[in-house]
Write a protein that binds this ligand. Structure first.
Ligand code: ZN
Length: 251
């Protein structure tokens, strides 16, 4: 199984062992907003921690960690241009499989600017993006996000994440990969099973988004378990829990 969106830097060492024991073989750890980004150096230290430290902590437990690097909408430093300048070089690292997570939280002018610049960069470099959708004012902000994606980037490069019942109708006809985040306070395993039953397995990838918010490192295996109990076939379950993410990220 692949967990297509986690924040390894926020989690205990033991979580990785539990994930591996439950059958999660690979995960993608996304850059986010762990600290106040007073300067770009804080964000670079965060990137380094994921690349150097968390990949080892996961590997020691049998979990292969891949990485997404980018400027989260809640972590825009005053000198964010420095980060945009350095990103192309950082993306050359073989374990970096996407620019992310990026997107809009409140759709402020500054957020839109930084999001657009990263979409343009991804389009230029033909790199995948992992796109956040917020918890608050989700539908309205997602509409703005969608308009920017449609304008700035090839759909084959996009994973849009944290899809739930409030926005699934906006994205289901797109060509994007749809991240189904199974997380306490966001979506239960049962709701995820219902959504997949209704909308099909072709476009979705499962993720836990484990972070410092309430989270379950076993979200993906638990959802797979529920899908099996509900009688869905092996091929569909394999697609949503492994193949779709493996194909999209080339991992
Ligand atoms: Zn996240």
């Amino acid at each position: 199984m692949i967990d297509a969106h986690i924040h390894a830097d926020t989690r205990a060492y033991e979580d990785f062992e539990n994930m591996a024991v439950a059958g999660v073989e690979k995960a993608i750890s996304c850059a986010h907003d762990p600290l106040q980004m007073s300067t770009s150096d804080v964000l670079f230290d965060h990137f380094n921690r994921i690349l150097e430290n968390d990949t080892k902590r996961a590997a020691n437990n049998g979990l292969k960690l891949y990485v997404a690097l980018g400027i989260h909408p809640r972590s825009i430093s005053p000198d964010f241009e420095v980060v945009l300048d350095k990103l192309p070089e950082l993306l050359k690292n073989k374990i970096v499989v996407a620019i992310g997570e990026i997107g809009l939280e409140k759709a402020s002018k500054s957020e839109k600017n930084v999001f657009k610049r990263q979409l343009e960069l991804a389009q230029d470099l033909k790199r995948n993006v992992i796109v956040h959708t917020p918890r608050t004012n989700k539908r309205d902000i997602t509409k703005v996000t969608i308009a920017m994606l449609e304008e700035n980037i090839d759909p084959s490069l996009v994973q849009i994440d944290h899809i739930d019942n409030s926005i699934v109708d906006l994205v289901i006809d797109s060509e994007w990969v749809l991240g189904l985040t199974v997380q306490p306070q966001k979506m239960t395993t049962d709701k995820a099973v219902t959504m997949l039953g209704e909308y099909g397995f072709d476009k979705f990838v499962l993720d836990s988004d484990i972070s410092s918010s309430p989270s379950d490192p076993l979200s993906v295996p638990k959802t797979v378990h529920k899908l099996k109990l509900a009688g869905f076939n092996e091929r569909d379950i394999e697609m949503v829990s492994n193949k779709n993410a493996a194909d999209f990220y080339g991992i």
